[in-house]
Design a protein around this ligand. Structure first.
Ligand SMILES: [Zn+2]
Length: 454
């Protein structure tokens, strides 16, 4: 297995992935809050962490990918109220839409997709532990985390306590009075007038805060001290800092070994947020450009960097996809030539160095150029199949299918016509074969039929 290094936000360094013995590599990535259809910015972590788990599986590791769904949240209550629907109904509808939209990427689903609303018992247990250990306190049905009780607080996001704002107090001035310290954040919010969903906890009716959901869901599926915690860089503070603090305080151990953060998708220089007027819903982008182009677009940038969103960026990704698809048609099924092994290896080496997908794509293009060179005649496609599989782009390879008898018969006729140097007839037959959805290629010793695909 390759040595795999990933950039860890907490240490600020590349860290080697060292899986726990007898445990699958655990990856937890923060998923969407389901109050509206997701946009291309939400799709980025979904694609990155799906491809990362494909790569780790390629390296022979067993992987467990968990991407949660936050279906209990202030934003959902607000959106439901505005639309005049129940919050549970809205969350259910948007969860289904999120799954349909991400299905459209063609990358399959994570191993687990826990819902906050289905993790309430472990959440209550975790909060109770924090209260019992003196890291949390109740005030009028709310529960707050005592930030100054956690010595490691701020180490993940590299912030000083005086520069921290939990972002909770803007709309509710009374919060500031209820908290012991403005730094503290909510673990549980007591039920408020007009909130139509709630759960019963030892300290009263209400619902969990956002941060505690992830600590509980991650621990449920991966245990404490799992391998990789992922998410957008916009979640680093306060969300991830608070997740880390809750687990450290309750369990006396770090939640995750490596914290990976992906950069934001930028729309004319602005962070892509739903509050920004320019919205690119994943559903619409997929409709306009197709799944392979969207996956290619996201893989074309290094995950840590911001990625500019524009029609021309998507058009370029689509052109890359078309070029690979076209080049793949000139390959034959089977083993690739050994002299191309070094390029295949460089492709995977690039992924092992902080998951450098743009470098890997550059190597893939080099492989295609060499495969098309004079040294090779319709070389085997196994390397390309292996590389595209990890990128979730295996659909770019012509499907390996048997041509129907009718098509094969036409190809034989054409072969005969060529042998008799009747090129007009051969040409005519080639067109008839194409009309049936197949491409005939002359290869050493005969012909080959390639489906033109959908
Ligand atoms: Zn989270």
């Amino acid at each position: 297995m390759r040595r795999i290094q990933l950039h860890d936000t907490r240490s600020g360094e590349l860290r080697e992935l060292t899986p726990r013995p007898d445990r699958p590599v655990g990856i937890y990535a923060c998923g969407p809050t389901v109050y509206s259809r997701i946009h291309i910015g939400n799709a980025r972590p979904y694609v990155i962490f799906s491809l990362l788990s494909r790569f780790l599986a390629h390296e022979g590791l067993e992987v467990k990918l968990v991407i949660n769904v936050t279906d209990v949240n202030d934003k959902i209550y607000d959106a439901a109220r505005t639309q005049g629907v129940g919050s549970v109904e809205l969350a259910e509808r948007m969860t289904a839409a999120y799954k349909a939209d991400t299905d459209g990427l063609g990358l399959g689903r994570p191993d687990h997709e826990p819902l906050a609303s289905e993790t309430i018992e472990p959440i209550i247990e975790l909060i109770q532990t924090l209260i019992d250990r003196g890291h949390a306190y109740t005030v009028e049905g709310d529960v707050y985390f005592r930030v100054r009780s956690d010595e490691g607080y701020g180490r993940l996001s590299h912030r000083r306590l005086e520069n921290m704002d939990q972002g909770e107090d803007d709309s509710d001035a009374t919060l500031r009075v209820r908290k012991e310290d403005p730094l503290d954040f909510a673990l549980w919010k007591g039920r408020k007038e007009g909130e139509d969903s709630f759960w019963v906890a030892p300290w009263g009716e209400g619902r969990p805060g956002w941060h505690i959901e992830c600590s509980a869901m991650a621990e449920e599926f991966l245990g404490v001290g799992f391998d990789i915690h992922g998410g957008g860089s916009d979640l680093l503070f306060p969300h991830h800092e608070n997740e880390a603090a809750q687990t450290r305080a309750a369990r006396g151990a770090e939640l995750a070994a490596i914290w990976m953060h992906n950069g934001m998708i930028q729309f004319t220089g602005e962070k892509m947020a739903k509050s920004v007027g320019n919205i690119a819903l994943l559903h619409d982008v997929l409709e306009a450009h197709g799944a392979p182009a969207v996956v290619m677009y996201i893989a074309s940038g290094h995950y840590r960097q911001p990625l500019a969103f524009s029609d021309s960026a998507l058009a370029q990704a689509r052109a890359n996809v078309d070029r690979i698809r076209e080049a793949a048609r000139k390959l034959s099924p089977g083993d690739s030539p050994a002299d191309l092994d070094r390029l295949r290896d460089r492709f995977f080496d690039a992924l092992a160095r902080d998951f450098n997908t743009p470098e890997a794509l550059a190597v893939l293009n080099e492989w295609l150029r060499e495969a098309a060179g004079p040294m090779h005649d319709s070389p085997g496609d196994s390397h390309l199949r292996e590389m595209l599989g990890v990128l979730g782009l295996e659909s770019l390879l012509a499907p390996r299918a048997e041509a129907p008898a009718e098509v094969t018969a036409l190809a034989r006729e054409r072969e005969q016509a060529r042998a008799e140097r009747d090129f007009a007839a051969a040409d005519d037959l080639r067109e008839r074969i194409a009309a049936l959805g197949w491409e005939v290629r002359d290869v050493t010793g005969g012909f080959e039929l390639i489906t033109l695909g959908p």
